[in-house]
Design a protein around this ligand. Structure first.
Ligand code: SF4
Length: 395
């Protein structure tokens, strides 16, 4: 090996994704089980100071990596003030080497930004926005416990345009209490008229500990105005999503994600491809060098521990080869293009058929999995029941 190639390999940095968790919301939505809650300005300021201290603590680790994507999620990251946004990104750029073409996303909720804040985001390098809309029907938004109306979302959307953002996602939900196929179709039409570059369209899942779960247990979602759609209606809404979005030139590239060509979310693709990622903030997770870390899910304890120089880890696991194979399959198969046999072989030094042959045969017979050259992927039907299919790959 020549000296220059040796030097290049030595200097070549590994790819890294950064995720920063901002667990503050104006108030809790009725369906949400994410780690987030309302908080005072003082709490938010203390959290941001701790977050910055945590970012700076990665000075040593950062030398080995080049950051390809940054994602500020929550919670509602758009509740950060322009100054806090600037301080957080200053800390990131001083600590990490960030690729000049990095995708930098911030999640935001309608009504939580003005043009000044959007300019601060842009100046900090944010080049992708993910806007939580969920529905274009005001009565549905109210029932979801959202803080905004559809008209307020439109105002925010216009502001993002004025600020020059050209890569924007809209989050939508279907199978909502009281939602009909007609109301969902109207939501899709209104959203598509805005020509977003990306849409994440999820079906409602009733999570324990949420207001919806409580309503469900009390039978409130079985009848009346907030009756849940039937399985057939939920399926029809899913099919409508695929059809209407395809007609608008947005291809489905993951179970719940659709994009115009070239506008797929690189951060999420990296996650499904098991790129190493570093989670920063309370409640975040990381995957670094085959190890998984989880941070404490308590804002106050997180702030105190960071101040006192104590560990914020609550869980640390060195992934076994079997766990890594499981992740390779159940994360990779979420993508419409599926997984590559060659990639599996290169990762684990094993033929994927030797590991999963029997499961492949079963799922192929049930028309849930298909094979094309090097690729293995879910069929359309397999995508519909992906939770059950993906569970088959757990040892
Ligand atoms: S805004 Fe998002 S994170 Fe906050 S409560 Fe609502 S769904 Fe949860």
């Amino acid at each position: 090996m020549s000296d220059s190639i040796f030097l290049y390999l030595k200097m070549k940095k590994r790819n890294l994704e950064l995720y920063l968790h901002i667990p503050f919301c104006v108030r809790k939505c009725n369906y949400c089980d994410f780690f987030s809650a309302s908080g005072t300005e003082e709490e938010q300021a203390a959290y941001v100071s701790a977050l910055i201290q945590e970012i700076q603590s990665y000075q040593e680790l950062s030398g080995e990596y080049e950051v390809q994507t940054i994602f500020l999620g929550g919670g509602t990251p758009s509740l950060l003030t322009p100054e806090q946004i600037e301080q957080i990104f200053d800390a990131i750029y001083h600590t990490f080497s960030v690729n000049e073409n990095a995708e930098i996303t911030m999640e935001m909720n309608p009504g939580t930004v003005d043009i000044e804040k959007l300019h601060a985001m842009k100046a900090a390098g944010v080049n992708r926005l993910s806007v939580g809309l969920q529905s274009a029907q005001n009565e549905e938004l109210k029932m979801l416990g959202r803080i905004h109306t559809y008209e307020e979302f439109l105002e925010t959307w216009k502001l993002t345009e004025q600020a020059g953002f050209k890569n924007r996602n809209i989050d939508l939900m279907s199978a909502l209490p009281g939602q009909t196929i007609e109301s969902y179709e109207d939501t899709l039409s209104k959203v598509l008229a805005l020509e977003p570059e990306h849409i994440s369209a999820y079906s409602l899942i009733l999570e324990e500990g949420t207001v919806f779960y409580d309503w469900y247990e009390k039978g409130k979602l079985d009848r009346g105005a907030w009756k849940l759609p039937s399985e057939e209606e939920e399926y029809a809404m899913g099919e409508l999503t695929i059809q209407r979005l395809a007609e608008a030139g947005m291809h489905r590239y993951e179970i719940s994600n659709y994009a115009k060509p070239g506008k797929e979310c690189r951060h999420n693709l990296g996650y499904w491809d098991r790129t190493e990622y570093l989670g920063i903030g309370a409640g975040s997770s990381s995957l670094i060098k085959g190890e998984r870390f989880d941070h404490i899910r308590d804002r106050k304890a997180y702030i105190e521990k960071i101040r006192n120089g104590e560990s914020i880890l609550i869980d640390r696991e060195i992934l076994s080869v079997e766990s890594q194979m499981e992740e390779f399959m159940y994360l990779g198969l979420r993508k419409v293009e599926g997984v590559s046999r060659t990639d599996f072989q290169n990762c684990f030094g094993k033929n994927v058929d030797d590991v999963y042959g029997k499961i492949f045969d079963k799922l192929e017979e049930e028309q849930l999995l298909e094979f094309s050259g090097d690729r293995i992927r879910l069929t359309h039907r397999g995508m519909d029941v992906s939770n059950c299919v993906l569970a088959e790959f757990l040892f």
